[in-house]
Structure formats: C-alpha cells, structure tokens
Design a protein around this ligand. Structure first.
Ligand SMILES: [Zn+2]
Length: 149
C-alpha cells in the first residue's frame, strides 16, 4: 500500500500540534493517528504519523492505556486479565493492579426490571476526552495539514 502524498504546507509542521511548542526547540518523536494502543498487530501499512514533542506524546500514554483498559473491561464485562476482548488490556490488567483497581471502581452493578444483573462502566471522562482530542488533532493534521492546537 502506498502512502498518501503530502501536499500540505511544511511551515505548518514547525510546532507540536498538541501544545504549540516549536519543534526545533523540543525533543520530538513520532505520534500515530489512531494511537497504536487501539490497534492490533500487525499494524496497518502507512499508518498516519506526525512529529510532535516527546513530552506531549509520552504524556498521553497513561490516558491511552486507561482508555484501552476501560473499553476492554466494558466489552468483556470484567477486569480479569484472562478474559479481555482486547489483548493489550489483558497485559495492562495483569501488570498494573492500581489501574485495574481504579477501573473496578468505575463499574456499577444494578438489578434491571425482571431481576437481571446488569453493569455499567463510568469512566473518567477527562481522560477519555484527552485521548479523543489527541487523535482528532492527529487526524486533522495528517488529513488536511491543519494544526488544530
Ligand atoms: Zn507538545
């Protein structure tokens, strides 16, 4: 698969799309959109990549891990590492008991009409919002060359 030619203005690639810092003044690395945390291996060819500052990129890692873990817990109905629908969440829950306990506290069990036990998961929406905005900025920048800081 061939990547899409990039005709965007290179001058718009001078700053971090997340914090607005000048990249020439910062340590940088590559950011993927969508976040690799949400993909299964093997990753798609020509995954959209942009240069961002390292501090921003690594700053999203814990929130991305949180989002993958709570999505998988909701899909799986449990935080049991062996029962996760998203394989990386199984590894997260097995290695991070603090995060697992935090996500367990997001689960609410209730009895539905008729007596069935149901559960809902109430995530930390600020963490989810940060990850969604990070990915939205990445996609907007990659697709239309427009930084949305
Ligand atoms: Zn930044």
């Amino acid at each position: 698969m061939r990547s899409i030619d990039d005709f965007s203005d290179r001058r718009l690639k001078s700053w971090c799309i997340h914090c607005g810092g000048w990249l020439s003044d910062l340590h940088c690395n590559r950011d993927h959109a969508p976040s690799k945390a949400f993909l299964l291996r093997p990753y798609p060819a020509n995954l959209p990549v942009m240069t961002v500052c390292r501090r921003c990129n690594s700053g999203f890692s814990r929130d991305e891990e949180y989002m993958v873990a709570i999505l998988s817990a909701a899909l799986s109905g449990t935080t049991n590492p062996a029962a996760q629908k998203i394989p990386s969440a199984g590894r997260i829950f097995a290695s991070n008991s603090k995060l697992r306990a935090s996500i367990e506290r997001c689960r609410m069990v209730f009895s539905a009409v008729g007596g069935d036990q149901r559960q809902i998961w109430k995530p930390d929406l600020e963490r989810i919002k940060r990850v969604v905005l990070k990915n939205a900025r990445g996609h907007a920048f990659f697709e239309i060359g427009e930084p949305m800081t």
